[in-house]
Each structure stands twice: as structure tokens, then as C-alpha cells.
Design a protein around this ligand. Structure first.
Ligand SMILES: [Zn+2]
Length: 605
């Protein structure tokens, strides 16, 4: 008789276990030292929302979906379920992780320590040979656990399994070469068992491209409702209810962070959390569906304070890096992130142009310039920057000419030395100009820039990948001149994030309606000439920029101008004071020289 038939008979004949999974865990599960903030005996009451998730798994449900953020005990839930089946209902079981590396790591650092720390489980291996208990495969009387990576199709196809625990499914490869979807392959292994048990558990990733979200949408969508300690109103903890205050230095005031009851506005603090959780209950929001699905975020975690989350959120938004914000949404809130940065509409940007009615808007504190070289021309972009990186496009321009001759470069001199005048007559000069040396005229760019470092002019080279906007500064080139490597992908992400902001203030980009600034429809087509595609590859995000319009000089030069600002390490507050202290031009003839030349000391070090 083959193993599969035996397994089936075994599964059918064995009497139903008497314990629920949470009861089993409370009695038998120990958290190994070093694997948990609270080692020792597992207590379901510590994170009461885990009880129903675990217990529902051992009811008639075949598939249970858990969409969870980090730090809510997601892995402990899976390990409790695993331990229960090993001990109470030994079955052919597969624990599936995104890659073989993930699987081996998980086996060594989580499964094995759990077995060792929990006598009920370690006893199962009392009579096992060493060869029965390997990293990949743990065999014991009546059952086994295979711990595999979803990237190896041969393993997925080889066994019939009754219990499938698929962890971090949003990071599973989408398709295996010639084999199709690994999750489908694994799921097919379970169809021989009428009483199969499948757990899909994951933090979500990109909206409309998230496996766990897709499964959750098909489920009865349970959310954990908690009663307000003050008015008793039952509600779901959500991020928009978290409130805080900042002090004069824009630092988070620790005691100000709280969660506000949506009914009575009572300030719920961390000290209320254990009471909240103990009195909470899961409510299905799509009760007509039969598949149980759970959503839980870090806001519920007994191990995470509201303050920590507020701090992380503020850091993520202040960084201006959309990836950090996405990580926060995914990992902390258990939400997929709709990437508003994917593609921008030139029409919409064109429509929001405004008349500056002056050469230099009052709030501008720094001016930088980005220059691109093409076969027959130079294109430049002059941007003014204010507090919080609010930007005012001042001018876009093209200088035609033979770049091996002097003429176009002389014209560029007029640009990089130009002065912009505030309404009151004070003037700002361009602090830094970054010129792309990556085109056809590398030598000309080096020669031009190296003689104008004193004017803040530097050659740059763009490099892809998500790194800092200023990747490096070196003199590693034939002219031994200062060359700056600019992380263009990060710069584009930052810029697109800014362009998506619709309210004046931090990060917003202003465009002038004045004809002299050259911000016409073609300009906006160039500015939005690329779009970002997000690809999940080998279980991790990767992004790439693809072209949607042939000309992208306005985009490239804006990114260089942004990098030029970053190179200055801008201190908006200090710069504002410096400008305010300037005497008005009619009172004195001294010309304003802002502190932009700090760049020189930075580069010469
Ligand atoms: Zn209330």
C-alpha cells in the first residue's frame, strides 16, 4: 500500500483531537530564549486576537487567510498550528517559505528551537534517528514536516500533503519556469485530502499585486473590534485614529501620542491596550463568505507602542523616500500600498501652473541647476527650493550649438552665474549646478566643470538602483576632477512623490505660467517621460523606470538639480535667517553671497 493511501486512512480513522489549538499552545508550547521578546510558556491571553485565528484552523475550514503586519505574533501563530498538528494530529505537513534560504533559516532559527523548548514536541523525536530530523525534513511517528522554499518546483511537486502552512506568500515567486505558480503547485498537493488544512499568512505588498490581499478579498474578512474604555463603542484600530503633537523643534512629544476613539474622542493610551485586546472580538465584514480571513495590524500588538509607530511614520514621511512609507504601510499596518508614483499625467501638471508675478518667489531659500548634454544642445533646469523641499521651477532652457566649440558653453556661463531677484530687490545666485557627464561630451563637460568648481559647478554621472541620491563623490576619472555619482532612480522616486502632492507646502512643486520659463506641454511630457514599474523578484521588491515618452531631459535635469541641493546639505532654517539678515539693496551695494560654497569644503576633504 502506498504512503498516500496510508496517510488518507490514517487521517480518516484517527479520532478528532480534543484540544483547540490555542488550548494546546497554552499547555504545550514554549517560546525558546532568543526567539521571542517574552520567552517561556506561550500565553494566548497575551495576544487575545490570536485565539480565534488558531482555533478556527481546526474547524471545518479548509483554508484560513491571515493578512498581518509584523510584530503581531504572525510566526508564533503558524508555529502553534504546526506544533499542534505534529503532536495532536500527525499529518504530512509542508511549511512553505518564499525561498530555500528563507526555509532553511526558518527551520534552524524558529522550528528547531520551538521543538527543543517544547517537551511535547521534542518527545516526538525521542526514538528518531538523526537522519530523520534534518533541516528540510522532520520525520516522527505518524507524520512529517517538510520545510521548503517556494522557488524549488521539484520539491513542491513530489508529495501529497494534508497540512500546508504557506508563510509570506506575497514574497513567493509569481511563476516558476515551466511550472507555473508555486502556490498553486503546493495547493494541488493537498487536494487528495478531503480534510486538508491550508494557512495563507503574509504581510501584504503592492496593491493589486498582492496574493494575500487577493485571498483576503475572497474571505469573510474579519477585523478585530475593540470597545472604547470610556464609552464602550466598538471599533477597528486604524492609523487615521492615531494622533500626536510635535514640539517647537518638530520632535514628537512622547506623551502626546494616543489613539482617539472615533465616537467620544477619548484618548486611548498604551496602558489601555491589554484591556482593549482582552475585550475585543473578531467580526466578519463579509459574513456571506465561508472562508475565514483575518486582518491584523501592529496597532494591536501588545509588543508595539503607539509612540513607536508614530515615530516610524514621521521618519518615513520626512525621509521623502516613498519606499520607506510603503514599508511602514506593509509591515506595520498590514496594508498594501497603492503606489501613486507609478505614472504621472502631464495634462494635470500643466493645468496647475501659476503666475509667480516675480522673478523669485519669497519662500525660495536656495537655487540649484541641473544640466543635460545632448548631441547638439545643452538643456538646463533652474529650481528654487524652500522649507521642506517645497520647490519652485524657475526656468527651463535649451542652448543649441556644437558642444565641441566654445559658444554653447559661454552661453551656459550666463546661466550658471545668473542672479534671481526677490520682489524687495535682494538677490540669490545659483548655489550649485550639476552637469551630466554621461552623454556624448564627457570630456567637454569635465573641462568645463573643473574650471568652475568655484561657481558651484560639478560634473555628475547618473547611476540606477535605490541608493542615496548622492551615491559618492570622488576624483576617480581621467581629469582627477571632482565627480559626483547621482542615484537617479532614488531621485526620480523622490521627485514623482513630490509631483503627486497636491497641496502647497512641504514637497510641493510649483510651476510658473510665465512664458519665459518655458513650462509648456512638451516640458511636462518630458518631466513625466518615465514610469516606475514594481517587480517582485525572488521574494523582494525591485523597481525599474521605463520610458513612456522619447524625451526625458526635463526629468533628468530636475533630478540633477535635486541632487545639487542634497549636496549642499541644506539647512533651510539657517538659510532663511541668513537671507532675512541681508541688507536691502538700496541701503548698501554689498551683494548677497549665501552659504552655498560650503560644498567646496565638503568636496575637498
Ligand atoms: Zn469612546
Amino acid at each position: 500500500m502506498n504512503q498516500e493511501i496510508l496517510n488518507n486512512i490514517f487521517a480518516t480513522l484517527k479520532p478528532k483531537p480534543r484540544l483547540t489549538i490555542s488550548q494546546w499552545a497554552d499547555q504545550n508550547r514554549y517560546l525558546a530564549r532568543g526567539t521571542s521578546p517574552e520567552p517561556g510558556r506561550w500565553r494566548t491571553a497575551r495576544s487575545p486576537y490570536t485565539r480565534e485565528i488558531m482555533d478556527v484552523f481546526n474547524t471545518t475550514a479548509n483554508i484560513v487567510v491571515v493578512c498581518a503586519s509584523s510584530q503581531v505574533g504572525k510566526t508564533e501563530i503558524a508555529l502553534n498550528i504546526l506544533g499542534f498538528y505534529m503532536h495532536e494530529d500527525p499529518s504530512p505537513t509542508m511549511y512553505l517559505m518564499p525561498t530555500d534560504g528563507n526555509a532553511q533559516d526558518f527551520s534552524k532559527t524558529r522550528v528547531e528551537p520551538t521543538i527543543q523548548a517544547s517537551p511535547a514536541l521534542s518527545n516526538l523525536f525521542k526514538y528518531s534517528k538523526d537522519s530523520d530530523n534534518t533541516i528540510e525534513l522532520k520525520q516522527f511517528s505518524g507524520g512529517y514536516v517538510a520545510i521548503y522554499g517556494a522557488s524549488t518546483p521539484t520539491k513542491l511537486a513530489s508529495q501529497a500533503i494534508k497540512v500546508l502552512l504557506a508563510d509570506e506568500i506575497d514574497r513567493f515567486p509569481k511563476v516558476l519556469k515551466g511550472e507555473g505558480d508555486p502556490l498553486k503547485l503546493a495547493l494541488q498537493r493537498t487536494t487528495n485530502f478531503f480534510n486538508r488544512k491550508v494557512l495563507f499568512i503574509s504581510t501584504p505588498t503592492v496593491k493589486n499585486d498582492s496574493r494575500i490581499e487577493e485571498w483576503f478579498e475572497k474571505s469573510d474578512k474579519r477585523f478585530y473590534h475593540v470597545p472604547c474604555p470610556d464609552c464602550g463603542h466598538e471599533f477597528i484600530l486604524s492609523w487615521d485614529l492615531v494622533k500626536w503633537k510635535l514640539d517647537d523643534k518638530k520632535e514628537l512629544i512622547i506623551n502626546s501620542v494616543h489613539l482617539q476613539c472615533p465616537a467620544c474622542f477619548f484618548n486611548i493610551k498604551d496602558k489601555h491596550k491589554s484591556e482593549l485586546l482582552a475585550n475585543g472580538k473578531w467580526i466578519a465584514t463579509a459574513p456571506n463568505k465561508t472562508m475565514p480571513g483575518f486582518h491584523i495590524s501592529s496597532l494591536y500588538s501588545p509588543w508595539v507602542k503607539f509612540y513607536d509607530l508614530a515615530k516610524e511614520y514621521i521618519e518615513a514621511t520626512n525621509s521623502g523616500d516613498p519606499l520607506k512609507l510603503r514599508e511602514f504601510m506593509n509591515l506595520k499596518l498590514g496594508l498594501s500600498f497603492e503606489d501613486v508614483l507609478l505614472e504621472l499625467d502631464p495634462e494635470i501638471l500643466l493645468r496647475r501652473r501659476e503666475f509667480y508675478n516675480c522673478e523669485l518667489p519669497d519662500k525660495v531659500l536656495y537655487i540649484t541647476c541641473g544640466v543635460d548634454t545632448q548631441g547638439d544642445r545643452l538643456e538646463y533646469h533652474i529650481i528654487g527650493w524652500g522649507d521642506g523641499y517645497e520647490a519652485w521651477v524657475l526656468q527651463y532652457g535649451v542652448i543649441f550649438g556644437d558642444l565641441t566649440s566654445e559658444k554653447p558653453w559661454k552661453a551656459l556661463d550666463d546661466v550658471v552665474t545668473s542672479k534671481f531677484t526677490f520682489k524687495d530687490g535682494r538677490q540669490l545666485i545659483i548655489a550649485t549646478t550639476f552637469i551630466d557627464s554621461g552623454g556624448n561630451h564627457t570630456n567637454e563637460v569635465y573641462k568645463y566643470a573643473m574650471k568652475r568648481n568655484h561657481l558651484g559647478v560639478y560634473p555628475v554621472k547618473g547611476r540606477a538602483g535605490n541608493t542615496n541620491i548622492i551615491q559618492s563623490v570622488s576624483k576617480n576619472n581621467v581629469y582627477k576632477t571632482t565627480l559626483i555619482i547621482v542615484g537617479v532612480d532614488s531621485g526620480k522616486s523622490r521627485l514623482f512623490h513630490s509631483l503627486a502632492i497636491e497641496e502647497f507646502g512641504a514637497g510641493y512643486v510649483h510651476f510658473p505660467r510665465e512664458d519665459s520659463a518655458n513650462c509648456d506641454y512638451h516640458y511636462f511630457q518630458m518631466l513625466t517621460a518615465e514610469k516606475k514599474e514594481i517587480v517582485l523578484k525572488n521574494g523582494s521588491y525591485s523597481e525599474r523606470w521605463v520610458s513612456v515618452y522619447a524625451r526625458n531631459e526635463a526629468l533628468d535635469t530636475f533630478v540633477y538639480a535635486l541632487a545639487a541641493l542634497e549636496m549642499l546639505n541644506p539647512n533651510f532654517e539657517a538659510q532663511r535667517k541668513a537671507i532675512e539678515e541681508l541688507p536691502l539693496p538700496e541701503q548698501t551695494q554689498i551683494e548677497f553671497k549665501p552659504q552655498e560654497r560650503r560644498i567646496l569644503s565638503r568636496l575637498n576633504r
